[in-house]
Ligand binder design. Structure first.
Ligand SMILES: [Ca+2]
Length: 282
């Protein structure tokens, strides 16, 4: 496992003033390439091959990434609260079909900054809104050098490459994070698409492409300044903890690659054990 350098000075995004939340920096930002809802005839959006319909936003600038019929990921320090409305678009055109749902609740996943929220009703099955799987690779090192599609404020999409995955001690908590630098020197190269997160990006997702489809790796958490770079909460580390919460709502995360039957059995046994204990304690 590659651990983060403790000399990196982190400034978490929630330290930004609420009314001054910036938009993700994309090194050679070009609206026709990086703005999902660009309307010009020269549109050449880098995300065109992929389905971003499951990434929704609220009028409050909060982000929600759909993972099951009713439930979504966001950030504990910056998420849509109960009563807030979240809109999803089923294409890369803001004038196209959109669907709006009201948040009814949510909770942090353990002591992490990962937020699991839910809507009062299931996102309609006819809307073709994506529910994203989590990328579950066998080893932590397998995530090193993975190419990301980072979604950010104002519906921008850029790219970056994971440099580190590990635990970061923050206050009394140890958080599992992925870190990617902003140094114009990535391998594989992402060229002018390289991203550097800003305050308004908190709670939005990072994906990687697995067999031509998007799979979740992170939710934006913070940035480093001395060595410019961005932190995501590393979702795979919270896969089981999220399912412990989801199973009480009759839902479950999906993952790619498809887990072996033994892994499934293990997860289900853990969940049943947990549920039984909860019932016993009532
Ligand atoms: Ca980089």
């Amino acid at each position: 496992m590659k651990f983060l350098l403790l000399s990196i000075v982190i400034v978490s995004m929630f330290l930004f003033p609420p009314d001054g939340r910036g938009t993700m920096i994309v090194r050679d930002y070009t609206p026709s390439e990086h703005y999902r809802f660009y309307t010009g005839s020269d549109k050449n959006f880098i995300g065109t091959p992929y389905d971003f319909s499951g990434v929704g936003s609220s009028n409050g600038g909060h982000w929600a990434t759909l993972v099951t019929d009713n439930c979504f990921f966001s950030a504990t320090h910056f998420h849509p609260g109960p009563g807030e409305k979240v809109t999803f678009w089923d294409s890369n055109q803001s004038a196209g079909s959109s669907y709006t749902y009201t948040v009814t609740g949510g909770t942090s996943v353990g002591s992490s900054d990962l937020w699991l929220g839910w809507f009062d009703t299931a996102v309609t099955v006819n809307s073709s809104i994506a529910r994203y799987p989590v990328l579950m690779l066998p080893l932590v090192d397998d995530y090193f050098a993975l190419e990301l599609y980072n979604y950010g404020a104002n519906h921008l999409v850029g790219r970056n490459v994971i440099d580190e995955v590990g635990l970061y001690t923050y206050g009394v908590s140890s958080l599992a994070v992925a870190w990617y630098d902003y140094d114009n020197n990535d391998s594989p190269s992402v060229g002018g698409d390289e991203t550097y997160l800003q305050g308004g990006d908190s709670g939005a997702p990072s994906f990687t492409v697995f067999v031509d489809r998007l799979a979740l790796t992170g939710v934006h958490w913070g940035i480093s300044i001395d060595t410019p770079g961005s932190f995501d909460t590393f979702i795979p580390a919270y896969y089981v903890a999220t399912n412990v919460l989801l199973v009480t709502r009759g839902q479950i995360l999906s993952s790619v690659p498809e887990p072996g039957s033994f892994f499934y059995m293990l997860v289900i046994l853990c969940l049943l054990w947990f549920r039984q204990r909860r019932c016993t304690l009532r």
